[in-house]
Ligand binder design. Structure first.
Ligand SMILES: [Fe+2]
Length: 301
């Protein structure tokens, strides 16, 4: 999830650089943050003291990563596991019908099951083996440029806490369900991982206007993307794959599913809180990657 920002760009940066070793990673301590202590009033757990305390505790484990560089596993309790089991099983049914076949296989490859909440540490290990992508725990939202820029180092910032039990189908902020069921499996796809990295490369040198364009590109692909598969349309966006409502809606007649057009997407305004009336269908992850490489190579580095 993204918010507005203004940060300086990096004029000397090469957009062709795609290989990242651990030694190349910048210090996580440099990451700018919003205040994450308070939940928004519309969060279902906002007035639940016990939930807030637990969420803040898990957030503190995530925050520790920036000092130690080590992902701390969370000892999820029975209630939290219960939320996961409920949501994961229900989503799985919809995935069988609507998810991209690559995604379905990727979930199995990463060992993500309906039975228990996966740890970032184990998924991070497998991702690194498969596509040299990394996960970095984060305790809340960071601004758009910072969030996207980490993709440039093949790193996705990922929360560890879980949504409130009163509304298992809904979360106004990213949580482990959104990350592990929505985002993480797709990073096992080399083209998708490279594509994400290109967005990150762009974010590091983008003007403020270009950051807005990249935010829209991210939204209509990484969050709400659809892909062609053998004459059919399937979902690969995390905002779709981690939400019953959004996924069903995406395949209903209330949504216009357009062929992906980069120029259209980067100028297409959207509203975070509404169901999306228009979605874009990419021909393939490889083509998405190539068109994005060409697009960000136009950024003045
Ligand atoms: Fe997301």
């Amino acid at each position: 999830m993204l918010t507005e920002t203004t940060s300086p760009s990096e004029p000397a940066f090469s957009v062709e650089n795609i290989h990242v070793s651990d030694a190349d990673l910048p210090a996580f301590t440099d990451m700018p943050f919003e205040d994450i202590e308070e939940l928004h009033l519309d969060h279902p757990g906002a007035s639940d003291h016990e939930y807030r305390t637990r969420r803040d505790y898990i957030a503190s484990l995530s925050k520790k990563f920036r000092e130690t560089g080590v992902i701390t596993d969370v000892d999820y309790n029975e209630d939290e596991q219960g939320i996961w089991k409920h949501v994961a099983a229900k989503l799985e049914e919809l995935h069988q019908k609507h998810a991209s076949p690559f995604y379905l296989q990727a979930k199995r490859d990463l060992g993500i099951s309906n039975d228990r909440i996966p740890q970032l540490s184990e998924m991070n290990r497998k991702l690194k083996e498969l596509t040299n992508f990394r996960l970095a725990p984060i305790e809340g939202l960071v601004d758009t440029r910072a969030f996207l820029s980490w993709l440039s180092w093949r790193t996705m910032l990922s929360t560890q806490y879980i949504r409130h039990h009163s509304r298992p189908e809904y979360t106004p902020e990213p949580d482990i369900v959104h990350e592990a069921i929505g985002h993480i499996p797709m990073f096992t796809n080399t083209n998708f991982a490279d594509y994400s990295q290109f967005i990150g490369h762009g974010a590091r040198i983008a003007t403020d206007e270009q950051i807005e364009e990249l935010g829209r590109l991210y939204w209509f692909t990484v969050e709400f993307g659809l892909v062609q598969h053998e004459g059919d349309v399937k979902a690969y966006g995390a905002g779709l794959l981690s939400s019953f409502g959004e996924l069903e809606h995406a395949f209903s007649d209330k949504v216009e599913r357009r062929p992906f057009d980069l120029e259209q997407v980067i100028t297409h305004d959207f509203t975070y809180s509404d169901m999306q009336p228009v979605l874009y269908v990419i021909p393939s992850y490889a083509e998405l990657k190539e068109v994005t490489r060409e697009y960000i190579s136009r950024f003045k580095g």
